[in-house]
Design a protein around this ligand. Structure first.
Ligand SMILES: *Cc1c(COP(=O)(O)O)cnc(C)c1O
Length: 427
């Protein structure tokens, strides 16, 4: 193990790495070689990876063939502080070197401190609590169990929205609306119904005393960055309260300063959920997720012994969360994210071929005047930018929150020719 660490960090030349670990960790070998090996070793669920990445720093990553990319996707809204952030790296390393894993028969200061920090940022009332997970889907699984604990034979329905994405495990998948994701795995846990997106009348019609929970993304990420209106979020809060249902907000993608608020629901006055799921940006690239329950009633629905996890809330993951939040808090990230996001949206709006721009802060979706978004992803890579297509005509940006205006400008300058190349390649 020392050999691997030494090879990875290059810090201990006295320990000779084995040929194998040195080659792997140094990213030796061409992209084509690694992709051929990938094809023989990895399950094909992700298709062929776009590139083989070997190194990152700040908002940039490098591939096995030495090409540099400005990362405007941030590992899908995960790398809040970019790549290899020195503070996160040092906190994670020293925590791992001090106490790495302990099981939930024990706790650690980092776990308690991160829970307290999240409750503070969420302005959660007395009695609120945190359950830590390792991913977004696991946070949603816990949320589904919370909803079930608010269920009775009479109160058995869980509402989610058309276009919703909540993850790929069975409970999370039951909340996800896309047929192609769901149908191969049916039957899914029952009781979930999908109601029309951002339609207050439809929600009012669906809500009664049979609803145990309503699950919403304040901005649907995977569906192409589609924000719910403030009116809808307010109505969702009022209607769930009126009928005794839980309002569960999935902030896995929108939380942790992504939209210029700590959590996207904080843009709307008076909307405090009963529960909120987090993951993606929380660990600054290290896997950590959470279910936050608001107030005594929601927090006591799941009692001792009714849920659990081995890795969730481990000292290293929670140290990563603390380090990430510390940097965001002490560097004025919320304002920075709002400013750079506004700059990007303003300039995207004026571009030829861009028909709509959506989002808040550094979660941005924009529509093209044709189905050439996948080709635009390829053209962007060739030009040295990582972006993402959420659909045939929609592109998404979810860059590190430390992206500068200057870095954003290099993308805006390159974009017209990227779009022209993509349009021609698709025609
Ligand atoms: C990514 C995502 C999830 C699933 O998170 P994983 O870590 O991939 O399991 C759930 N909800 C939303 C809104 C997401 O964006």
């Amino acid at each position: 193990m020392n050999e691997i660490v030494a090879a990875a960090t290059g810090r201990n030349a006295a320990v000779a790495p084995t040929t194998d670990s040195a080659e792997v960790l140094a990213g030796a070998g061409s992209g084509a070689d690694w992709l051929a090996r990938y094809g023989e070793a990895l399950m094909g669920v992700f298709g062929t990876p776009q590139r083989v990445l070997v190194r990152g720093s700040g908002c940039y990553v490098w591939d096995a063939d030495g090409n540099e990319y400005l990362d405007l996707l941030g590992g899908i809204a995960v790398n809040a502080l970019g790549h290899a952030h020195p503070f996160v790296t040092s906190v994670v390393s020293s925590q791992l070197a001090t106490l790495g894993h302990i099981s939930n028969f024990f706790t650690s200061p980092t776990q308690v401190a991160l829970a307290e920090k999240l409750l503070g940022l969420a302005q959660a009332p007395a009695g609120s609590r945190v359950f830590f997970t390792n991913s977004g889907a696991e946070a949603l699984e816990a949320a589904v169990k919370l909803a079930r604990r608010n269920s009775t034979p009479q109160r058995h329905r869980i509402l989610a929205l058309d276009g919703a994405f909540h993850g790929r495990t069975m409970g999370a998948l039951a909340l996800t609306s896309k047929k192609a994701y769901r149908e191969p795995f049916e039957p899914l846990p029952g009781g979930v119904e999908h109601v029309p997106f951002d339609d207050v009348d439809a929600l009012r019609a669906a809500m009664d005393e049979t609803v145990a929970a309503l699950v919403l993304e304040p901005i649907q990420g995977e569906a192409g960055v589609r924000p719910l209106s403030p009116e809808y979020l307010s109505a969702a809060r009022a209607l769930t309260r009126e009928h005794g249902a839980l309002l569960i907000l999935d902030e896995v993608q929108t939380g942790i300063a992504r939209t210029g608020r700590w959590f996207a629901h904080q843009w709307v006055d008076g909307v405090l959920p009963d529960a909120m799921t987090l993951a993606k940006g929380l660990g600054g690239g290290f896997p950590v997720g959470a279910l936050v329950t608001f107030g005594e009633d929601a927090s006591t629905l799941i009692s001792a012994g009714q849920h659990g996890t081995t890795f969730g809330g481990n000292p290293v993951a929670t140290a990563a969360g603390l380090a990430t939040l510390h940097v965001l808090e002490t560097t004025g990230a919320l304002q920075h994210v709002s400013d750079v996001g506004a700059y990007l949206r303003e300039h995207l709006s004026g571009l030829q071929g861009v028909t709509a721009v959506r989002g808040e802060g550094l979660l941005i979706g924009f529509d093209l005047d044709g189905g050439y978004a996948p080709a635009a992803v390829q053209a962007a890579l060739t030009a040295g930018f990582i972006i993402n297509a959420t659909g045939p005509a929609t592109l998404r940006l979810a860059p590190p929150l430390i992206l500068t205006t200057g870095q954003a400008a290099t993308f805006l300058e390159a974009l017209p020719s990227i779009l022209t190349t993509a349009r021609e390649a698709t025609a």
